[in-house]
Design a protein around this ligand. Sequence first.
Ligand code: NG6
Ligand code: CA
Length: 511
Amino acid sequence: MKSNVLIGFGLGAFLVSPITSHAQKAKETQTPNVIFIYADDLGYGDLECYGATRVQTPNVNKLANSGIRFTNTHATAATSTPSRYSLLTGEYAWRRPGTDIAAGNAGMIIRPERYTIADMFKSAGYTTAALGKWHLGLGDKTGEQDWNAPLPAALADLGFDYSYIMAATADRVPCVFIENGKVANYDPSAPIEVSYQKPFEGEPLGKDHPELLYNLKHSHGHDMAIVNGIGRIGYMKGGGKALWKDENLADSITTHALDFIKANKDKPFFMYFATNDVHVPRFPHERFRGKNPMGLRGDAIVQFDWSVGQILDELERLGLRENTLIILSSDNGPVVDDGYADQAEELLGDHKPGGPLRGGKYSAFEAGTRIPAIISWPKEIKKGKVSDALMSQVDWFASLAALTGSVLPKGAAPDSYNYLGTLLGTDNADRPWVIEQASDHTLSVRTKDWKYIETSDGPKMVPWGPKIETGYSKTPQLYDMTQVGEQENLSEKRPEVVYQLQGILKGVRNN
Ligand code: NG6
Ligand code: CA
């Protein structure tokens, strides 16, 4: 199946970046440090260098000016867990059950035996780290973690030498950082209990005690445990001194990242730096507030930009900037009201989080998965370029494996293809197609010129609150992507294109 599909759409593309020549190149140059700066829910239009005018992001501008800004890069899914799953494993999440938005007590979704991108870097001699938002489960089994002891399955089993992470999201319990498989700053006087089934006796809930929500009130959901004056998803007890303060999340994550960089300045490292910004609850530190007219969502973007600046400055200070390859991107598209009354809707003005694209987070339309993507490696990549090459995050695994001269074990990263040339800007090869997964698992096939969205029985709008078009329809949809905005469904006018794209999807599905 696969070969049929590829012949039709330019098998050549897969051959233009032969692994051998890049492996040779990797040997000739000193292997770069690699940093993924992975934002959460940051949309295609949320950064100044992608057209935002109501918020300033000078550090991201600087990064973009030092490398390549991509305008046609796609996450594999419109929500976090599946998108991150694909990035780290090189496999489409929809191939695996249990890869949807994970609860905070989900068991570790990527199983220890799987070869991850961190394993790849580790085998290539890198020291590896994951910081910030994890959202891919921890421990052996859902609901069975003992948060007061080392977790039996954690990131060390997935190739990360060091980790300092949030188990899921800031809006899900447990609200503590986990460092190398153990709760950081563990407070023995306040043992931690977590449940997604039932509340703990004596613990007030957001839905009954709005007066305790002194930091942020919910707009939908998020009315269970109250931590730091904010309602969460899930129930939790204890934590004491280990509980995070939302206003310090970016500081904590960034500080630990800087420490990791300093500690590894003399050897190659890979750092997965996954910010909490700009996911809900948006509660940035005071010093980032009020610098833009959009309230907390804008402040969270400013805070994200600060984190980027901290990393760039530290690399500069240590003399590592030239030979550090940084990829900045986002896990999925933007959402404005995602469950807290943070005034993001009211203060948005004419800011367009998804830029000119239709839809948003959760959606099958383009803004769900087309995200900002910037690469910089001063030593090797020409600066100031903008690339419209069609690219998928799923390919970064195989591409960077080629860069480090790694040979992947059989079966590893099965959906990832080597597009190192595109990534580094030495050629402009488009991926022949990318696959995008909406939150109800509706798949779309995107080529450079077309997008086909398969049929779905789902509702037209995201039902639980955010004002986002899902892109779901009971009839097939085909859009001409040389036109912006997915406005005119051409499926009846161009059945031959529908047929062709359906063929691609079938081929990939059965692969
Ligand atoms: C939804 C949450 C939303 C967000 C999302 C996951 C409600 C009403 N909504 O269920 O706030 O947490 O899950 O976002 O609870 S993601 O970016 O991590 O995928
Ligand atoms: Ca997300």
